[in-house]
Write a protein that binds this ligand. Structure first.
Ligand SMILES: *[C@@H]1O[C@H](CO)[C@@H](O)[C@H](O)[C@H]1NC(C)=O
Ligand SMILES: *[C@@H]1O[C@H](CO)[C@@H](O)[C@H](O)[C@H]1NC(C)=O
Ligand SMILES: *[C@@H]1O[C@H](CO)[C@@H](O)[C@H](O)[C@H]1NC(C)=O
Ligand SMILES: *[C@@H]1O[C@H](CO)[C@@H](O)[C@H](O)[C@H]1NC(C)=O
Ligand SMILES: *[C@@H]1O[C@H](CO)[C@@H](O)[C@H](O)[C@H]1NC(C)=O
Length: 285
């Protein structure tokens, strides 16, 4: 028993931050933070749903949802939302669809989908209808994705994927700067290259600096279990205000961009973590 609890601890956080810490090595060493935010019922359900092989090697699950894009091609459009160019707004009815205009096939629709599936969870009998292990792995990953501002981006540049930039001396694309580079640079510059220290700093701000705001992050209007439309609207606003702002093809992004955008990344990581825990607590209440 003790062992399975211990193995759940790092996995939870690793799942939490999985979309923004894609390198498996980043996943190691993150311990015990989210568990404090999960109710007993939610922690037990999560423990029950995680595959047994997770105990042995957590890093293989960290990027599970990214890893199955080839095996499950239908899941690829579920990682993001394309919104109209330069409008800087999101609405579910207008924007939550895939390239074939299939309604609901976007990250907000996927969060609703896997939340509904997990609401059928019954500790006493495994679901015959859904694979709830997959539902949990998808949900955890997508709650992270939807908080990454450029996962809710403009249609024509594919959320910054077609905008070439230089991150200091390296060539990359704007989307990747927000997925990886800002976090990596922060780790290297401030946190002794350790993701654990970085996550500790975030957790400290969640219980300190930001504690007054956390109940507002957790809440959904009309008693919904989760509210991805809110998260997506915040992301496209942050994409316009921070990610796209002052960036053009071949922009050189260095200290000024890094210093002004890191607080936005920190906030979105924290909100994603808090909201995943709150969503799981409501699902398994
Ligand atoms: C765990 O999985 C990761 C990614 O799948 C792999 O790179 C790593 O070697 C594995 N570690 C162990 C101890 O099996
Ligand atoms: C909902 O989940 C099922 C099972 O994983 C999947 O086949 C379907 O494409 C999902 N739909 C959306 C919109 O996420
Ligand atoms: C559910 O999905 C997990 C992860 O892909 C897999 O390991 C497991 O075998 C699946 N369970 C069933 C009953 O198909
Ligand atoms: C935590 O909050 C302090 C004070 O606002 C800030 O300087 C620091 O960058 C924050 N750290 C993280 C990781 O959010
Ligand atoms: C939300 O749920 C709480 C507790 O179940 C209830 O007291 C409240 O009236 C509900 N609010 C709305 C808007 O449904």
């Amino acid at each position: 028993m003790q062992q399975s609890i211990m193995s759940t601890l790092p996995l939870l956080l690793l799942l939490l931050f999985s979309s923004l810490f894609p390198a498996p090595s980043h996943a190691w060493g993150i311990h015990g933070h989210l568990i404090g935010r999960l109710s007993d019922a939610a922690a037990a359900a999560v423990r029950g749903l995680l595959p047994s092989y997770a105990g042995g090697n957590l890093s293989s699950l960290c990027s599970w949802a990214d890893g199955v894009k080839l095996r499950y091609p239908w899941s690829a459009p579920l990682h993001y939302i394309d919104t109209p160019d330069h409008l800087c707004s999101y609405t579910y009815d207008r924007d939550c669809k895939d390239e074939d205009s299939f309604r609901g096939r976007c990250v907000a629709g996927a969060i609703n989908n896997y939340t509904s599936q997990l609401l059928t969870y019954d500790a006493t009998s495994p679901s015959t209808q859904y694979n709830l292990t997959q539902a949990l792995l998808f949900l955890a990953h997508f709650v992270g994705d939807i908080h990454q501002p450029l996962h809710v981006g403009f249609t024509s540049d594919k959320g910054g994927n077609t905008i070439d930039v230089h991150w200091y001396t390296r060539k990359t694309v704007l989307h990747h700067v927000w997925d990886d580079n800002i976090i990596e640079t922060a780790e290297n510059d401030y946190y002794g290259e350790g993701v654990a220290e970085f996550v500790d700093a975030l957790m400290q701000n969640i219980t300190g600096e930001w504690s007054q705001r956390v109940p507002g992050w957790e809440e959904c209007s009309k008693n919904q279990t989760t509210c991805p439309d809110t998260y997506a609207s915040e992301s496209i606003a942050a994409a316009c205000d921070w990610a796209y702002k002052d960036v053009t093809e071949d922009s050189l992004l260095e200290d000024a961009y890094f210093g002004s955008r890191l607080p936005v990344v920190n906030l979105r990581l924290a909100q994603g973590g808090v909201r995943l825990a709150a969503t799981l607590n409501r699902i398994f209440s």
